[in-house]
Design a protein around this ligand. Structure first.
Ligand code: ZN
Length: 267
């Protein structure tokens, strides 16, 4: 079951209802990407057209929210040299210097996320990035809340499994695959000197370790960076400003994105 297959009515009505449901998020991201209401509106239109084309032409329609947000950034990149859209200056500079897309050290997570079933992607995105509760997300995917909760409990494991598989598939050296589980373990405990030496020398493994960290603190940023590219942290900040922290955050397991990424580059 996906959000699109679960939707009722004609395709036209279905698309209209889905766009209405996700429009606040699209507006939040376009307000970051564009300078001025006219340019924001232009990016929103491009995102809606991209979504409509995907729904009409492909057998496996996209996961709605991530697709729409990604389409905004792609539209901004396409319009950087045109007269129709005035972009945020930082985004403009990032596009010109080829830094607006998914950064190399987040491509493993990007591939892993996109390879997951649509239900899993929807749960991960809406629970951890948008901070919606399980009852709300269950309605999106048309599952009973208890079933959605069970799927949500499996979702981080599925993401991690895919990350480990892709890390092994793309390993540049034989020892990268051998060390895969030890790299994961290094997040929680000291590992042998051989593994640390390898991490210090191997960019593939060093960046994989960062992308294996799916803790409450890191997962929202990782997903946003793996889907949006430019503006991920600002998108989280804007969305979380109108969203009460979930129960986990109240127990101190969440940190705001600014704290989670202190000392890192703006993404
Ligand atoms: Zn390696």
């Amino acid at each position: 079951m996906t959000e699109i297959s679960h939707s009722k009515g004609s395709r036209k009505d279905c698309v209209a209802a889905l766009l209405a449901r996700h429009w606040k998020s699209v507006r939040a991201y376009t307000s970051l990407c564009a300078a001025g209401a006219a340019s924001e509106s232009r990016l929103q239109t491009c995102a809606a057209q991209s979504f409509l084309a995907e729904v009409i032409h492909y057998a496996h329609p996209p996961v709605v929210r991530p697709h729409l947000l990604r389409a905004v950034r792609v539209a901004a990149e396409a319009g950087v040299d045109g007269d129709d859209v005035v972009l945020d200056a930082a985004l403009h500079d990032a596009i010109r210097s080829r830094r607006s897309g998914i950064q190399p050290d987040r491509r493993l997570a990007e591939r892993a996320f996109r390879a997951l079933p649509a239900v899993t992607q929807t749960l991960l995105w809406h629970l951890h990035v948008e901070r919606e509760d399980i009852a709300t997300v269950a309605v999106l995917i048309g599952l009973p809340e208890v079933t959605a909760a069970a799927e949500a409990a499996r979702s981080r494991g599925l993401l991690l499994q895919r990350c480990l598989e892709i890390h092994a598939e793309e390993a540049p050296y034989p020892e990268c695959s051998r060390y895969s589980r030890l790299l994961l373990a290094s997040l929680n405990r000291p590992v042998s000197g051989d593994v640390n030496t390898h991490i210090s020398r191997c960019w593939h493994c060093r960046t994989a370790v960062q992308q294996f960290d799916h803790s409450d603190t890191m997962l929202p940023s990782l997903l946003a960076q793996a889907v949006l590219g430019w503006g991920a942290q600002d998108y989280l900040r804007v969305r979380w400003s109108v969203r009460p922290a979930p129960a986990a955050a109240a127990r101190g397991r969440h940190r705001p994105p600014e704290a989670a990424t202190r000392g890192r580059h703006r993404r």
